[in-house]
Design a protein around this ligand. Structure first.
Ligand code: C2E
Ligand code: CA
Ligand code: CA
Length: 632
């Protein structure tokens, strides 16, 4: 009697604390958590009933029966819910029959035996009820075992331990019915389940309320694990809205918020119940419960239809530039890491060409094996000596000679090259970009010094820096170190940066730009016109040069209709005009034909970089080409 009272009171106290914590953290947002909450509530009620019983022992038989039934059934419910929680939390697409056979059925039997035992207090029925409990716990152990890779090692170990403790407690209670400790052990298990729940703040993206990146990675890991065990494939839809940050900045804060909300509402409406994840600004993934290809196609079609028309209301209305693509896993990406790489490649591809549908299969780079190989090569690129810096001369229209050059990195793959658009993206994702760019910085400094480029008539070399480089605190120290080491002047290096798509980073990047600029380094804004460069940025930062991206340079020459061609020219003219007005110089990239060159001359562009004059080439060829051109 005493032991029962003691354990039940302790269980009750633990559960009260947990319930309090639940409300503090408002975990009720998440479905899985509700299961734990209901289990907790049942267990709490059961413990409460026991305590009431200790305080006022019931004498009348008619009251004892419903008391026992309710108290035990509540415990049985919470056991069954916990096992169900393990199932749902460990594996997607478990189907219906497993939970029914392994959880529903034993639970029903459990309740049946509880009722029988309560009526005639027969010991065999009570034993049978405990056996059902034990069965459920063993199912729990089995789930943990089967899906062990699905969870961290520590988490699994603690859950295992807790399950073993409840099993032991149940056996003890079965043998010694006076030792009422099962409920106490259950409350420990509930506590563990509670702490394994995730904070909803981590699960949801604070700006949109959609599911965030961390949860996406988690869910994907589980999906992959399921696919590995059970085969099959799933499809998802990737939606990219291009340049959303600059677009939205133009609208002002209030309208930006409204627009974002209306876009999110539309995405949810078009999703038809699929989960919508927000991976980063302007990047969303739609994933249905079953991940069927037909469902994904339906969503993609709905998106294509909707984005054809404008967003917003009477105050403002705009078309949003976007791309979509279908991703099948594991066909296109065998694991979570390669999926993230693939998504990044798709984002870059979508941003570059702005096509409504990006066909990943037509980009032969997307084959998962290839990406994995690239990843492997990129990680060892510096030490394996497969990197080489090429130089593409830049022509001055005024001086009629080469005055600078851009350093462009090449990754050798046997006799072939891997395109920088791919390997740089992969390097940015796996973190090796910093080491790779260090290599480029050093090579460029060495070249400037060894070849004495100012004697060749070259004022500076343009060097590409990634956002990850610009996010380092010591980037200025690093650049200064190499500049000093090779006795060159910072003004002989012009740093090209593209705009980051993530607002959170811009502060750090700007601070680094200012610091480097004071040290004498010059800056170019790369890829102007691709949607990621915003006008406000150009005014705020000390760019000496703005580089018109090849897509907008070539755009007048690839348009189908005369109207489109005229629009493209207007865009070019006003861009060139604006750059002149703010006092920066212009480089036109991607000039391939005499016709394009003429157009750039008409626009008053300062410098030309393109195949028309020269392709990127190895160092010695580059030096010869510059000598040949500048001698004339
Ligand atoms: P980017 O900075 O926009 O570089 C210009 C790209 O345009 C180069 O592509 C160049 O080969 C190409 N290009 C130049 N003229 C023409 C032309 O007339 N027609 C056409 N179709 N293309 C032309 P590349 O070398 O493939 O590099 C691609 C991108 O990879 C670069 O774009 C840059 O973002 C990145 N990248 C290259 N080297 C480095 C590096 O050392 N570090 C970093 N972080 N990124 C790099
Ligand atoms: Ca560049
Ligand atoms: Ca560029």
């Amino acid at each position: 009697m005493l032991s029962g009272y003691y354990f039940d009171t302790s269980a009750f106290l633990i559960l009260i604390c947990l319930a309090y914590a639940f409300f503090i953290q408002r975990l009720n947002k998440v479905e899985d958590n509700n299961i734990v909450f209901v289990a907790l509530f049942c267990e709490l009620m059961s413990a409460l009933l026991s305590i009431v019983y200790y305080l006022h022992p019931l004498r009348r038989y008619e009251l004892v029966v419903p008391f026992y039934i309710s108290s035990w059934v509540l415990t049985a419910v919470s056991i069954a819910l916990l096992v169900l929680f393990l199932y749902i939390n460990r594996a997607y697409n478990i189907g219906i029959w497993k939970p029914v056979v392994f959880v529903g059925l034993p639970f029903a039997l459990d309740v049946l035996f509880i009722i029988l035992a309560s009526f005639n207090l027969s010991s065999w029925a009570r034993t049978a009820a405990y056996c059902c409990d034990l069965f459920l716990f063993v199912v729990g152990l089995n789930i943990l075992y089967v899906y062990k890779k699905n969870s961290s090692m520590e988490r699994s170990v603690v859950l295992w331990l807790m399950l073993i403790i409840v099993i032991t407690a149940t056996v003890v209670e079965l043998v010694l019915p006076d030792m009422i400790i099962q409920k106490f052990a259950m409350s420990l298990l509930l506590a563990e389940a509670f702490f394994s729940l995730k904070d909803p703040e981590d699960q949801f993206d604070s700006e949109t309320g959609l599911i965030g990146m961390a949860t996406f990675k988690d869910d994907i890991r589980r999906r992959y694990y399921y696919l590995k065990r059970h085969g099959g494939s799933i499809s998802m839809v990737l939606l990219m809205i291009h340049g959303s940050d600059s677009f939205m900045r133009l609208l002002g804060e209030v309208n930006e918020l409204k627009l974002r909300q209306s876009v999110v509402n539309e995405l949810l409406r078009l999703s038809g119940g699929a989960s919508v994840y927000r991976l980063q600004q302007g990047a969303y993934v739609f994933l249905t419960e079953k991940g069927e290809r037909t469902e994904a196609e339906k969503i993609q079609k709905a998106l294509l239809g909707r984005f054809d028309s404008t967003f917003g209301n009477d105050a403002y209305e705009m078309e949003l530039p976007f791309s979509t693509c279908l991703i099948d896993v594991p066909d296109m990406a065998p694991d979570g890491t390669s999926l993230m790489d693939l998504i990044h490649v798709a984002l870059k591809e979508g941003r570059m060409y702005g096509k409504a549908v990006v066909d990943l299969e037509s980009l032969d780079l997307s084959t998962e094996e290839y990406l994995r190989q690239v990843d492997e090569k990129v990680r060892h690129a510096v030490e394996s000596g497969n990197l080489e810096v090429y130089y593409q001369p830049i022509y001055s229209l005024k001086e009629k000679r080469f005055v600078s050059a851009e350093a462009l990195l090449r990754l050798h793959d046997g006799d072939m090259f891997i395109s920088p658009d791919i390997f740089i993206t992969v390097a940015e994702n796996n973190g090796s970009i910093v080491e790779i760019d260090d290599y480029v910085i050093q090579q460029v400094c060495r070249m400037i010094s060894e070849r004495n480029i100012s004697e060749l008539g070259l004022r500076y070399i343009e060097l590409n820096l990634s956002v990850s480089d610009m996010l380092q605190d010591d980037i200025s120290g690093k650049l200064t170190k190499f500049v000093d080491m090779y006795h060159i002047h910072p003004s002989q290096i012009n740093l090209e940066i593209t705009e980051t798509s993530d607002d959170a980073f811009t502060g750090v990047v700007e601070a680094n730009v200012m610091r480097l600029s004071h040290l004498g380094f010059n800056f170019s804004l790369d890829d102007f016109g691709t949607g990621y460069s915003s006008l406000s940025r150009i005014i705020m930062m000390p760019f000496d040069i703005i580089k018109l991206d090849k897509t907008i340079v070539q755009s007048p020459f690839v348009m189908d209709t005369e109207q489109e061609r005229r629009n493209a020219i207007t865009l070019l003219e006003s861009s060139a005009d604006m750059i002149q007005q703010i006092g920066a110089e212009t480089v036109a990239e991607g000039v391939e034909t005499a016709e394009q060159l003429k157009e750039m001359e008409r626009l008053g562009v300062d410098f030309i970089q393109g195949f028309y004059f020269a392709k990127p080439m190895p160092e010695s060829d580059f030096i010869n080409a510059v000598k040949a051109m500048n001698k004339r």
